[in-house]
Structure formats: C-alpha cells, structure tokens
Design a protein around this ligand. Structure first.
Ligand code: F6R
Length: 366
C-alpha cells in the first residue's frame, strides 16, 4: 500500500504535485474558474468571509485569507473552529462561512459549521473526504482531490486545501468583478505551474534528510516567516512537534524583537522562510535583516530561499532552495522542505511517523 515508500507520510508528500493538479483539474477553462458544485452559492451576494478550521487546515485558511482579501476585495477572518462558537460571533446571510477539513469529521469544525448554519450564515466546506459529515451539512462543498490521506500528519491535503482556497478566491473575484479577467488568467497560470515546481522541490529530499540526521539531539527549533511565510512557519513548527516530539515554535519574523528574540542563544536552530527578492523586495530585505539580528546572537540559521537569492548566503548556515514563484504560490513550495524535515528527523529518531503518539487522524471529540 505504501508503494515502496517507508511510510505513508513519505508517499503522501511525494503525491503533492498530483494533489494540486487534481484539485485544479476540471475547474479552470480559458482563464476562468468554474466550480459547478458551488453554483448554488451566490458569491456576488457575499460581503464577508469567515474561515473556520483546526490545526494545519487553519494555517491553509490563513493563506486563503491573504488571497481572498487581495483578489476578492472583501474582509476575511480566520478562526479556530473550537474558539469560534463560544464568543457569540456576528453572522449574517451575506457572511460566507468556509470550513476546511481533510477528514470532514473533525467535531470542533462540525459544531462550528452547525452553529453558523443555525444563525443563518451561508456555509461552504473545503473537504477531502467524499460524503463526510461536514460536507453533507454545508450549503456547498468544494472537494480537494488529494486522494486518501492515511498518515496522521497532514501534508498533501494541506497543499490541496490552499489550492482550493485560491480557486475560491478567484471565483469570488470573478463574481464580484474585483479583478480584470486577464489578471485572473495570470493567477490561474501561476497556480497551474505549481505542480511542476513541487516536483522540483521534492528533489531536495536527500539534502533535507542529511540536515535532519545531523539534528537528532536538537531540543528546540524555531521557525520564522513574514506575510505568507508566517503560516508556513507555524505549520513547520506543528509538524516538528507532532512527529519528532521536539519543542518547536513558529513566529512572525516582525514579532521577534517584541519578545521571542530573548530565546536566541548560541546554537539555537532557526528555520527562516525568506520571501522572494524579485517579487517581494521590501519584505525580503526585512527578513534578511531579521536573520542578521538572530545571527549576531549566535543562532544557526537554515534559510528556505528562492533559487538564485544570493543575499541570504552570508547569513545562513544552511540554505534549502525552492524555485521562483509569485508570493502567494511560494508557500505551497516552502512548506515541503519543512514537512520532509519533520518526517526525516522523526525517522532518524526511530519514531513512527505515520502514527505519532497521542494523536488520531480525525478528532471526533470536542
Ligand atoms: C496536523 C494535523 C491536524 C489536522 C487537524 C484538522 O498535521 O493533521 O492539525 O490538520 O486536526 O483535521 P481535519 O482537516 O481533518 O479537520
């Protein structure tokens, strides 16, 4: 069943290019997005989006927020499903509540969907499991076509969720006429190019394994990112906690000087997701300066940086390269080395990567 791979997780990471391609397939034609399954939802009538999810799915939601706000020109909030319904949130029929769940059975998310439905909001679920409870109880379903995910840690479903959210963001932009058609076409082309770039990123697997094997005694790892790199930093930390049982934290790079920089001591391993110098020059410069700050305090920096970015070289102890991609597509690539790193470190420690302790694939209790 593992098709020659050591674990389901390794197999599922290798399937990420297809997970993205299959999620796009049949939904894009001549530079426009058509999602027949959600035609019952009037996207032109929506003035606000509320995304609810847990764990990895919530990090995908944050990337969806950046895309939907930018393209769809409407406010988007992301909330952890288990926090959402206990604070009397404001909801109206023009609020689109988007739930994201690989399993479609997560109790926290299901209860939040029910709560939103009862209060008159329009509900749309992004789900990877056909006919799951959350899908059945929503007004519309946008399926991710990642295929069954067996390993407890979510990997290919995550990239498929981001893909689905981007398609939804462009569908909202079409319905609300917030973007010229040719720009929508350009973004769709960028998205269509992601699978091939993912295949390229997967080629860094050996390099990441060597790095992970050198870090089996590490007790704490930090992850820094800005803008779209921030949810990826959080995801990198979550994967490492879950799989390798190592203390890990993700921070927004700009937040560093507001406290977390006190954690930096000589030898502290820090992954930094570096924005593209070509597409995001200003952010790139800021992140490089963050790297200099932690480097000056002895941090050991592992940069995830675009191919050809030489500005990071003087400051990084290790550099993992990803292909050139526009800002919103970059996180789909940057997450892969972090998934591989957590997998390889757990494997090097002799842990069960598919069934980490204390966790279940779908959390059906609140
Ligand atoms: C992380 C992980 C969890 C799930 C979360 C939501 O690797 O697997 O954080 O992402 O429990 O699960 P779903 O998407 O099934 O609702």
């Amino acid at each position: 069943e593992k098709g020659g791979w050591d674990s389901f997780m390794a197999k599922e990471i290798s399937e990420e290019p297809e997970a993205v391609a299959n999620t796009i397939r049949g939904r894009v034609q001549d530079g426009t997005v058509t999602i027949p399954e959600i035609e019952g939802i009037d996207l032109a009538a929506i003035d606000r989006v509320l995304v609810i999810a847990c764990g990895t799915a919530a990090y995908a939601g944050t990337l969806g927020k950046y895309a939907m706000e930018m393209w769809g020109g409407l406010p988007v909030e992301v909330e952890l499903a288990h926090e959402f319904r206990y604070r009397h949130p404001f909801l109206s029929p023009s609020t689109l509540v988007v739930s994201i769940s690989q399993s479609g059975e997560t109790m926290d998310t299901l209860m939040a969907v029910r709560y939103a439905h009862e209060r008159g909001a329009t509900t749309l679920s992004i789900c990877n499991t056909q006919g799951a409870t959350i899908a059945r109880e929503s007004d519309g379903v946008l399926y991710t076509h990642a295929g069954p995910e067996v390993a407890v840690a979510s990997t290919k479903a995550f990239v498929a969720q981001i893909t689905a959210l981007y398609l939804l963001g462009l569908a909202i932009a079409q319905a609300r006429r917030t973007m010229p058609p040719e720009q929508i076409g350009e973004q769709l082309d960028e998205l269509a190019a992601v699978p091939e770039k993912l295949t390229e990123v997967l080629e860094s697997a050996d390099e990441v394994r060597t790095l992970a094997q050198s870090m089996t005694d590490t007790r704490s790892v930090l992850f820094l990112g800005r803008h779209v790199g921030y949810p990826i930093a959080l995801e990198g930390a979550l994967k490492l906690k879950e799989l390798a049982y190592i203390h890990a934290e993700g921070f927004a790079a700009g937040e560093l000087k507001h406290g977390p920089i006190a954690l930096i001591e000589p030898g502290q391993r820090v992954f930094v997701i570096v924005p593209s110098p070509r597409y995001a020059e200003e952010l790139h410069a800021k992140v490089v300066s963050n790297i200099q700050e932690i480097r000056a305090r002895g941090a050991h920096v592992i940069a995830i940086a675009e191919a050809g970015d030489v500005a990071v070289l003087p400051y990084a102890d290790d550099v993992i390269r990803i292909p050139l991609a526009s800002p919103l597509m970059e996180p789909l690539l940057a997450v892969v080395p972090l998934q591989l790193f957590a997998l390889e470190l757990a494997a090097a420690k002799g842990l069960d990567v598919d069934q980490p302790r204390n966790l279940a694939k779908s959390v059906t209790v609140e």
